[in-house]
Write a protein that binds this ligand. Structure first.
Ligand code: NAD
Length: 734
């Protein structure tokens, strides 16, 4: 099952998603993360971070082909709904109507909406059944109540199965302490952090607490059921706030309670009757309050412990390093610098009078410092090296004054300075470049992850489309294969089989085929579906039906967009050589089939059928001399037998009646030519006169009941030809 869960990263949504996933369903989640958290879900699913009001949701429905939508996304805070009713209405009403609309547009089978006990408002006829009056007191309650009306309307208008579940107070792991039903999570959080539990009033007020897994279970069952309408989803058990505190004390130990004044507008009591959903869904809550609370307590304790650990680590990270560490951090490069300088002094002294005298260790010292620490230490190294060089010069007996005029001395100092600056500057630039590359790399990794996600999603959609095309019952190849069944040259057989072909391709049980007379003034019913009865006149006078006139003139598909009664919903002409020979029509179809796709499918089918029909008709024309007795309208026995066989087939398959008559005075050798001329004056184009193998004249009235045949017989009797009905068990027909 493909299911879309709106608000799937929220408290209830995450459990619902998990339940569907565990049952092997393909789960998609639509959530704007306003209160949800994607970390709640750790299994494979399709993730759409979008608001339910966003027009881009259409893309999601177009590609997702969801069977079920579980609509949980909502503005869930009663207080926020009072403060900002606009936001509440946008999310809970406009968001909902967009989800409903897209669901019916893209063929969703079932839409389940999370409603709330808030719709009952202050109604205190406990336990409240679904039939009780709804008197919501908050904008939140009103928007949920309005949402229920919308769901009902969409079911009435479009046949979308909708189910609204009025949740009582849901509790369990992952619940935030704000929003509806938050009393359990507020109490647990306060208990864990040693704060008093706030109780408004004397604590005797009661609620109907239901564990979140019971809610998820009911939603999952409902998705596969045919249940529609409005149901309470609750335990049907009242638990007071004092009961809740006692339960918590059994888990946690003694708790302190802070009594507060009753809050204005609070719905103090709530208890929903759950007998209807128990009966109709075969569902019952499995978690007692004590058990559900113990599980929630355990989860909250674990989360608290994890949060404490994280906070401690964060704290440690945030804590400024001690003064000593700060001082050490600052001084370390200088210490390193001094250490290396000491080594340089030593090496310069040690190699002063040796064959390595030419080596200038001060240059190495500047180079190393510049390369490791950048500019600042390089300049320090330059200063120290210059001092050491000056000291060496003085030590070698040079006067300070003479050094001031020595260009070589200054040249050496300039070299130190140059090396220090160049190396220090270059390294600093390199370090800056490395850090910018590092951040680019991080960005790139994020981009890669995002694009990889998009790529995977695109591949999935592509594969699905491929599968769809391969398996599609409507693919051109399949339609062609079905219409190949029309490889017959007998128009009668083709008419009968065409009904089956059109029924099977368009999945319809209300197909008719009308043949057009040669003047284009009348249409006669030649074949029809035999399923549920539907209204299809036996003959249609073209001038009385503008849609037929239009179709015969334009030779185009007709779509009954205004749903005019007594007119087919779709009709298309069957043409040959620019002339309309017949009309194929569909009289009933589900509303969702009013699509361009379905119209095209109908058109293609009719076009394929047209070629078979026209071939058969040209054959009839070309072989007229082989079909009729010379100079008569009487069909030869073998031709007549074939037509009769196909009429029998049409009657058995599609319930199209026919009648078989014979002139009372019909002996072989009689002047059949004259007789047939008299008879043919009273006949329609779709009736036949033929011979039986033993030479008797037979009259076949297509698409006629016994009464209609009686009427024809009476007319012929007035023309002097007495007719009798033929026993169907004639030996030659078998
Ligand atoms: P929640 O806040 O945990 O979940 C709501 C989810 O919807 C969140 O993930 C949020 O990010 C998402 N969301 C909100 N606005 C959205 C928008 N415009 N577009 C897309 N996503 C959006 O709340 P919850 O308690 O899990 O409630 C779930 C549903 O159940 C809600 O419809 C709520 O009204 C209903 N409900 C809850 C309780 C209860 O006791 N928790 C009782 C009655 C009814």
């Amino acid at each position: 099952m493909r299911v879309l869960i709106t608000g799937g990263y929220g408290f209830i949504g995450s459990f619902v998603a998990e339940r569907f996933y565990q049952e092997g369903c393909e789960v998609s989640i639509l959530d704007d993360l306003s209160t949800g958290n994607p970390d709640h879900i750790d299994f494979k699913h399709h993730k759409y971070i979008l608001s339910i009001e966003d027009p881009n949701c259409e893309e999601l429905f177009r590609n997702g082909r969801f069977e079920v939508v579980v609509h949980l996304a909502a503005q869930v805070s009663v207080a926020a709904s009072v403060e900002d009713p606009g936001l509440d209405t946008r999310t809970n009403v406009l968001g909902l109507t967009q989800m409903l609309n897209l669901s019916r547009k893209y063929g969703v089978r079932k839409f389940i909406m999370a409603s709330s006990a808030a719709v009952y408002g202050m109604n205190e006829r406990f336990p409240l059944t679904e039939q009780e009056a709804c008197e919501p007191v908050s904008p939140y309650g009103i928007s949920k109540w309005v949402g229920e009306r919308y769901c009902r309307k969409w079911q009435e208008l479009y046949g979308l199965e909708t189910l609204c579940l009025r949740f009582s107070n849901v509790y369990g792991p992952r619940q935030q302490s704000s929003g509806e039903g938050g009393v359990v999570s507020v109490f647990l959080e306060n208990a864990m952090s040693g704060k008093p539990l706030p109780v408004y009033g004397d604590g005797t007020q009661f609620r109907d607490f239901i564990y979140v897994r019971d809610v998820a279970d009911a939603i999952f069952r409902a998705a596969s059921s045919t249940l529609t309408g409005i149901y309470n989803l609750s335990t049907g058990q009242a638990s007071s706030v004092n009961d809740l505190i006692s339960c918590l004390e059994r888990l946690h130990g003694p708790l302190t309670v802070q009594r507060k004044e009753k809050r204005q507008g609070d719905i103090e009591k709530s208890l929903l009757d759950n007998r209807a959903i128990r009966r109709d869904l075969d569902w019952a809550p499995r978690y007692e309050l004590a058990e559900g609370l113990a599980l929630t307590y355990e989860w909250t304790a674990q989360r608290q412990a994890a949060a404490d650990r994280e906070e401690a680590a964060e704290e440690k990270k945030k804590r400024p390093p001690s003064r000593f560490r700060q001082w050490l951090h600052k001084c370390l490069p200088y210490a390193e610098n001094l250490g290396l300088f000491a080594i340089t002094v030593y090496l310069s002294g040690a190699f002063a009078d040796s064959s390595y005298e030419f080596l200038d260790f001060k240059l190495f010292y500047i180079l190393i410092l510049g390369m490791v620490h950048g500019n600042r230490q390089a300049i320090t190294a330059v200063i120290l090296s210059s001092a050491l060089f000056t000291w060496e010069q003085l030590n070698n007996g040079r006067e300070l004054i003479s050094l001031m005029y020595d260009t070589e001395y200054f040249f050496q100092i300039a070299i130190y300075l140059f090396i220090g600056l160049v190396v220090g500057y270059t390294v600093e630039r390199k370090l800056a470049l490395i850090s910018s590359l590092k951040s680019q790399l991080l960005d790139g990794a994020e981009k890669y992850e995002f694009l990889h996600g998009v790529y995977q999603e695109t591949r999935r959609v592509k594969e699905e489309l491929q599968q769809q095309i391969l398996n599609n019952g409507d693919s051109f190849g399949k339609i062609y294969a079905v219409t190949k069944n029309l490889e017959s040259l007998e128009p009668e057989k083709i008419l009968a089989s065409t009904v089956s072909v059109v029924e099977s391709i368009l999945k319809s049980d209300s197909v008719t085929i009308y043949t057009v007379n040669k003047y284009g003034s009348y249409l006669r019913l030649a074949a029809r579906s035999n399923g549920e009865p539907f209204d299809a006149p036996k003959s249609l006078k073209v001038e009385e039906y503008p849609f037929i006139q239009e179709m015969l003139t334009n030779k185009q598909l007709y779509v009954n967009k205004r749903l005019q009664p007594g007119t087919p919903l779709l009709a298309a002409p069957v043409q040959s050589g620019g002339q309309v020979l017949a009309v194929i029509a569909l009289h009933r179809m589900p509303f969702e089939n009013f699509t361009l796709y379905y119209q095209n499918l109908f058109k293609v089918t009719v076009e394929l059928v047209s070629s078979a029909l026209s071939r058969a008709l040209s054959y009839v024309e070309a072989t007229a001399s082989q079909r009729y007795l010379e100079d008569t309208l009487i069909l030869k026995p073998e031709v007549f037998k074939e037509i009769l066989d196909s009429k029998r087939l049409a009657r058995d398959r599609h319930g199209v009646e026919y009648a078989l008559l014979t002139p009372v005075d019909s002996r072989p050798g009689h002047d059949f030519a004259e007789l047939s001329r008299v008879i043919s004056r009273s006949l329609r184009e779709t009736d036949y006169i033929g011979l039986s193998p033993d030479g008797k004249l037979l009259l076949l009235l297509s698409n006629s009941t016994r009464e209609e045949a009686d009427f024809v017989a009476r007319r012929l009797s007035q023309s002097g030809v007495e007719m009798a009905f033929v026993n169907e068990e004639l030996p030659y027909v078998g």
